[in-house]
Design a binder for this molecule. Structure first.
Ligand code: GLN
Ligand code: ZN
Length: 767
């Protein structure tokens, strides 16, 4: 019999229960018992959903109060000393690493966050050094399993694999060898995994899912021997437990050569992202007795699965290796999908019928497994009908848009003059001091803003009332920035629910959900728009607010847009045409907006592309296609303006080592990057690598962390700034925070920015 499983599930709860409880706990509105009660309820509820959809193996341990990588850092005692010695209780220590802590004399910044592979989920980076005392600091994986078992569920504990966990880490300041490869610590960490596996077995676990997504990266090849020794140790020391080695988000390629011989009981492969690998995987494993887990239902998109097509694959594998060795599964954890389509009641039935969220995907997995066993299923017919209806819609959605993209000309992606010429025109027009100060766009999205938006959406207040309210907010932040004496102002983005959703809602070709929340980090969730058809701009999107904002001040007001690559990356893209094609469609829509902004009197326009790096394909071989389209579409979007218009871009990471030439190729006039938590040496990549004809002469590396309520002093910010100036040169630096301020409180922002402005003023005198 073919079995079924899912690799992980969203943690938010059907009505955002967990998010709400976390935020209430952090603001001292509920106590720890209440938080833990909600968490437990939601874990059990998740198990019930998965089981009731007909799934055999239920993942346990994937629930977390912040991040699953941080969970494992915590479990294995990878806790930087300052946090370990903070005197906080274990849960608050965990939260301090996650989000910083500044209370009762404890002052700790958050640890670094990074994107989880090519997704928009952020994990907290483990800090590693030679003396980390790996040991079981808690037994969360066991506790979660036992909890599920006691409630009557057949759980399969999920662990982040040791090589992946270490590889995701960074070298801590305490390290003796700054060039330490964290993966080299695996021989010290593996025994603790062994201990954990033993405990899981003793608690009754039959299988354990061990996630090693790095096996879908080129880099895994160099760790073949670490994989071998680690997994041999597991097999030797805990032979009683069956291990399912899970790989996802891509293809194994040549890594299969060593993966096939690892002594694990089963191998999971992603056949959604990489369907072409199935034959190689089957050929490699056929003569073994390993279970093959087929990731046939996407954990990364929201589309209903084409069950007929995927069933063929499952049947083929079952015929080759025997049905009992086949497991049907989601391609990855369902973490990246929303909870259920049942929470949507505004989409038309035809549109809703295209989608399948986490809950429904569980049912798809079960349907496929059953169909392998029984040969057919009534659900398949209905599925085939919806798939056909969707394909018909997609194919015919907007021919004019497709023609504009296919007819694009080289001059569409070229500014009128090179940067050296533009620079002068911009100096005359913008008239900025040395070390211009600015922010990245958003100001705190206060409760009041969210309330008014919700009331407007529910039609409790009129459009006029809502717009008056937004105007007041804009006036408020403009005044605030003038009082702080910032040089280049922003309107604060109060009218935006989200930097992507806001644009998606105004563009044609998108569909929206009410409750399709997907985790970004911690308690932060986004509701990505869904690209359902060809994309066009039926009307201007931001002109009204940018114009209004500019009218409130004599200072430069930046226009604020989200770039084509990022809109695509943070939406659920179509699956019927390429990502590149979708970026070009977005690029032309944005181009019209950029031109309209300049015509409306805006002299600086920031087009955010924070997702350019995270959207990179996992395999180097695929980079070129993606980067070429990302750069071209950014240039198409921004090249319609005159030389005097300062085109700026913002990226969330400064770790551009391997793609710096593409950053230059975007030909922006100013770029800002997140930097406050990274090492200034990352910025070195900006020096010397710049081709003489490239733009981007100005760089604004962030000097304070916007993810934390902590207020760095002017001195601290000045020190950061000095390091930056040292790295990239005094006349090239803009001064700004890491990113937008929307998650902060106004009181925090005021102090943070006042200190930033002071640091810049001091730099003008002293540097
Ligand atoms: N302009 C956006 C903001 O300030 C940029 C956000 C981002 O880069 N993620 O919120
Ligand atoms: Zn950012």
């Amino acid at each position: 019999m073919t079995s079924s499983s899912v690799l992980g599930f969203p943690r938010i709860g059907p009505q955002r229960e967990v998010k709400k409880a976390l935020e209430a706990y952090w603001s001292d509105k509920i106590n720890v018992d209440e938080l833990l009660k909600v968490s437990k309820e939601q874990r059990l509820h998740t198990y019930e959903i998965i089981k009731s959809q007909g799934i055999d193996y239920i993942p346990t341990g994937t629930f977390t109060l912040y991040d699953h990588v941080l969970d494992f850092s915590n479990t294995f005692n990878i806790i930087p000393e300052a946090y370990a010695k903070s005197g906080l209780n274990p849960l608050d220590t965990f939260f301090a690493m996650a989000r910083g802590h500044q209370k009762n004399g404890v002052d700790l910044p958050a640890t670094e966050m990074k994107k989880w592979f090519d997704s928009n989920y952020h994990y907290l980076v483990p800090e590693l050094h030679e003396a980390v005392d790996f040991k079981l600091n808690d037994t969360k994986p066991v506790d979660d399993f036992v909890e599920a078992k006691e409630a009557g569920y057949k759980g399969r504990p999920v662990l982040v694999g040791p090589i992946t966990l270490l590889w995701l880490g960074k070298v801590a300041k305490e390290a003796k060898n700054p060039n330490l490869d964290p993966v080299s610590l695996v021989s010290k960490l593996a025994p603790v995994y062994v201990e954990l596996l033993k405990k899981l077995h003793a608690a009754g676990a039959e299988w354990v899912q061990i996630d090693e997504p790095i096996l879908c990266l080129d880099v895994a090849e160099k760790y073949a021997s670490e994989f071998k020794s680690t997994y041999e140790q597991f097999a030797k020391e805990v032979p009683q437990i069956k291990t399912l080695l899970t790989t996802y988000f891509g293809r194994l390629d040549s890594n299969l050569n060593f993966v096939k011989d690892l002594p694990v009981s089963g191998l999971h492969v992603d056949l959604d992202r990489a369907p072409q690998q199935v034959d190689d995987v089957v050929a490699a494993l056929k003569s073994s007795d390993k279970v093959i887990s087929l990731g046939l239902v996407s954990g990364r998109n929201i589309w209903k699965t084409d069950l007929t097509a995927r069933l063929e694959v499952a049947k083929k594998v079952a015929a080759a290796v025997g049905a009992e060795r086949v497991q049907v599964a989601t391609s990855s954890s369902l973490l990246h999908t929303p909870y259920t389509i049942k929470n949507e009641n505004k989409l038309s039935p035809e549109v809703l019928d295209w989608f399948s969220f986490a809950t429904e995907k569980c049912a798809e997995v079960a349907t496929l497994a059953n169909a392998v066993n029984s040969g057919s299923s009534p659900a398949l017919e209905a599925n085939a009908k919806s798939i056909k209806a969707r394909r018909d819609y997609e194919k015919n959605s907007n021919p004019a848009v497709r023609n504009r993209v296919s007819g694009r000309k080289p001059e569409d992606s070229k500014r009128k003059s090179p940067f050296s010429v533009r620079k002068q025109a911009q100096e005359e027009r913008l008239k900025l001091p040395l070390f211009p100060t600015t922010t990245i766009g958003s100001f705190p999205q206060t409760k009041e803003i969210r309330t008014q938006r919700a009331r407007f959406n529910k039609k409790e207040i009129s459009q006029e009332e809502y717009e008056k309210f937004i105007e007041k907010e804009i006036q408020h932040v403009v005044k605030l920035q003038e009082d702080l004496d910032l040089d280049v102002l922003v309107h604060g983005e109060p009218e935006r629910n989200d930097m992507v959703q806001y644009f998606g809602e105004q563009l044609e070709g998108f569909a929206f959900t009410q409750n399709a929340w997907v985790q970004s980090f911690g308690s932060r969730y986004v509701r990505p728009p869904i690209i359902v058809g060809d994309v066009s701009r039926p009307h201007p999107m931001t002109i009204r607010w940018s114009k209004f904002a500019q009218a409130q001040t004599k200072r430069v007001m930046k226009g604020m847009l989200t770039g084509p690559c990022t809109i695509m990356a943070w939406s659920f893209p179509r699956a019927d045409i390429s990502r590149e094609e979708q970026m070009y469609q977005l690029a032309f829509a944005l181009r019209d907006e950029v031109v309209d902004l300049e015509n409306a009197g805006i002299v600086a326009i920031q087009v955010d592309e924070p997702a350019i790096r995270e959207g990179l394909p996992l395999r180097h071989a695929d980079w070129d296609t993606y980067l070429t389209a990302a750069v071209e579409s950014y240039r198409i979007a921004t090249s319609g303006v005159t030389d005097a218009c300062s085109i700026q871009s913002h990226y969330c990471y400064s770790d551009f080592n391997d793609i710096i030439e593409h950053v230059w190729a975007c030909d922006s006039d100013v770029i800002s990057v997140e930097n406050s938590k990274s090492d200034a040496k990352l910025l070195k990549v900006f020096v010397g690598s710049k081709p003489s004809d490239a733009g981007c002469n100005f760089i604004g590396p962030g000097i304070f962390d916007i993810h934390s309520p902590r207020v760095p002093t002017a001195e601290e910010q000045y020190q950061k700034l000095s390091k930056i100036v040292e790295a990239i040169g005094k006349d090239k630096v803009w001064v700004n925070p890491d990113c937008g301020l929307k998650t902060r409180q106004e009181s925090e922002v005021k102090s943070q920015l006042a200190n930033l402005v002071n640091a810049a003023k001091r730099a003008r005198k002293e540097l």
